[in-house]
Design a protein around this ligand. Sequence first.
Ligand code: MF3
Ligand code: CO
Ligand code: CO
Length: 259
Amino acid sequence: MVSIKSTREIDLMRKTCDLAKLTLEFLGEHVKAGVSTEKINQLTHDFIVEHNAYPSPLNYRGFPKSVCTSLNQVICHGIPTEKEVLSDGDIINIDVTTYLNKFHGDTNKTFFVGQASDSTIRLVETTYSAMLAGIKCVRPGGRLGDIGAAIQEIVEGAGYSVVREYCGHGIGREFHEDPQVLHYGNRGTGIELKPGMTFTIEPMVNEGSAGCRLLKDDWTVVTRDDSLSAQFEHTILVTPAGYEILTLRDEEDQSLRLG
Ligand code: MF3
Ligand code: CO
Ligand code: CO
């Protein structure tokens, strides 16, 4: 069942999403060579708690930390550790989810550590463009498949692959609600979008083939062929006119907020 948020619930979604966005902006100041992913975890935890909220990942289905940190060939759900230290040329996805006033807000970004190679920059920029193309399909009367098709076209057109095993999701009182938002598919298929729906769009894009593998920790998902993987995520509200990006950061083009 896909929940439709009331005006009051939408206001609370705006607040939690604003905190998630602020947290990700704050963490960006700390992404540099020499920093451990455990340090990023501690910074995330303290920042969210200081803002009277709870980091949704912590103890979610047994996840042991307050944020997901996914380095290079890690697709998603990387677990921060003291031993894992950022180096120049790495890419790292930081995925922040906040629980504030009973509502979750979810957003992630792939950061460059120092200078990346041209091919890595192209992967990350394509992933961001694919997420945006998906977002721009959101409007009442549109269908979920429109989003997936737009993302798949951009990713495959650039010679990359869309990860199939993980998808975007409805979000609100629950971290993961209906519907599932696939990052591939066919236009005109899937459920019809309605004002008041809130969901994430969060394509994971592999430089090589789409396959993935779950590590023995039962969380960390890596590319099967050891190629790089990038991801971006926003929480989106379906509005009467189209969409609102609830987690838009200050560094992003502000004209994207409402479509
Ligand atoms: N934030 C992730 C998402 O975008 C989910 C992480 S689940 C966790 O859906 F348990 F690993 F935190
Ligand atoms: Co999500
Ligand atoms: Co997320």
